[in-house]
Structures are given as C-alpha cells and as structure tokens.
Design a protein around this ligand. Structure first.
Ligand code: PGA
Length: 252
C-alpha cells in the first residue's frame, strides 16, 4: 500500500531562524508518528540549514522549484544537483503559482521533472484546473494536459520517486476546499490516466496528494478517500500545531 505523504509548502515565508524554529518543533512533535511520510518545503535560502536540522529524523526536505540544467550561464537558477547537495530529497514542480505568475508551461514542467529525477530527486508534480476551467467542464482535460506534460512517457520504474499533487487553483489560499467527493473524483481520474500511460504497477504506486486549503478540520475527511494519498499544505503548514494535526489525520 501507498504510505501517505504530507508536505508543507512554505512558499515565500520564513527566514533561516524562523525555518529552524518551525522544523525543530515539527521534528519533536512528529517523532512518534508512524506510517506517514512528512516533508517540508522551505524557501531556497533555508534549505541547507533545515536539511541539517532534520538529518537525524524521518522528516524530508523539498525545494519549491528547480531548473533543468545542471550548470551554465543561467543567472538566478538552481540546479537539481545543487538541491541534492543542500540536502533535499524532493522538489515541487509546476505549482500553479509558478504557472500563473512565472511563466511555467507544460513543456518547462516536463523538462524540470526529467532533470530532477535524473539527478536522483523525488518530484512532486502539481496539476489542477482554475475556477473558469472547472465551470466550463474542462477539469479532466486540463489535468490530463498537465499530467502529459509532467510525467507522460516517464520510465514506470521511477514511480516511487514521483508524486502527483492535485491542487484545484480555486482552492489554493482561498479557504474554499474541494469536497472529499470532488477531490476523489479527480484523483481517481488521475490514477486511471497513470494506468493508461505508465501501466498498472506505476499507477498503484504513485502517490496523489490533494492540495488547496487543507486544514486540521478538513484533512481527515479528505485523506480518508481511497485515492488521496497525502496532502500538499500551504497556509496551514506555517504553524506547527496545524501542520502536526494534518499529519496525524493522514494516519487514520
Ligand atoms: P494552501 O496552499 O494550503 O494555502 O491553499 C496549498 C498550495 O499552494 O500548495
């Protein structure tokens, strides 16, 4: 069975000192949690310090983005190998904020996913529709296009290092979460697509996180759904008590 995976996406928040304070609390409070994998995604500047702090714990560290080249004249970019060097095991790719605000496309997402996997990182590839797309009935088409760009044609043997995060854009940071039934419907569709594209074994192994206003009071219902294998948590990951409650809810 798939081990649930809960990741806190800290976005553009927290200094190094604040990051260390938060992750130390998480490390202490989650020390006894079993059967749930937990990760944090601090800003680039705090990755190395946080990775060192969690070295002796099961917590894993993710970056929020990367580039697809390993070195060269690419001012401002960070390579997958550099993320590994800083202590990251995972990287989030194709978050809707990057797609909407920073020109990320299905093509660049695909290049980043392949480069990150090639460097030995695990990848959390984000997919999800806007409200307009949901309203005009194109949710499945949009999600399939995102999936094809991110993981189409991938070697199924990499499934253990691939996570899909379904994050409906209309639910991110809005306090408006998908209902468990709405989320499960899309998650089942994603798993069926993975089965057709990468084969049954990969589809059964790949974890599909839900993201979008996951909070302590809605996490348990969402995570109870059969195809929801964890959560990508934004706002509620910035306070230890809330994030810990969500991680515990993943276990039930
Ligand atoms: P949110 O963000 O939990 O604040 O809605 C989720 C995300 O963007 O990953």
């Amino acid at each position: 069975m798939r081990t649930p995976f809960v990741v806190g996406n800290w976005k553009l928040h927290k200094t190094i000192a604040e990051s260390l304070a938060l992750v130390t609390e998480l490390k202490n409070q989650l020390a006894s949690l079993r059967d749930v994998a937990v990760g944090v995604a601090p800003p680039f500047t705090a990755l190395h310090a946080v990775a060192r702090r969690v070295e002796d714990s099961p917590l894993v560290v993710a970056a929020q983005d990367c580039y697809w080249e390993e070195k060269g004249a690419f001012t401002g970019e960070v390579a997958p190998g550099m993320l590994r060097d800083a202590g990251c095991a995972w990287v989030i790719i194709g978050h809707s904020e990057r797609r909407q605000l920073f020109g990320e496309t299905d093509e660049t997402v695909g290049k980043k996913v392949r480069a990150a996997l090639g460097a030995g990182l695990g990848v959390i590839a984000c997919v999800g529709e806007t409200l307009a797309q949901r309203d005009d009935g194109s949710t499945f088409a949009v999600v399939e296009r995102h999936l094809a760009g991110a993981v189409g044609g991938l070697d199924p043997a990499l499934a253990e290092r691939v996570v899909i995060a379904y994050e409906p854009v209309w639910a991110i940071g809005t306090g408006r979460t998908a209902t468990p039934a709405q989320a499960q419907e899309v998650h089942a569709h994603i798993r069926a697509w993975l089965g057709r594209s990468l084969g049954a074994a990969a589809a059964a192994a790949i974890r599909i996180q839900y993201g979008g206003s996951v909070k302590p009071d809605n996490a348990a219902q969402l995570l109870r759904e059969p195809d929801i294998d964890g959560a990508l948590v934004g706002g509620a990951s910035l306070a230890a008590a809330d994030f810990v409650a969500i991680c515990r809810a993943a276990r039930a």
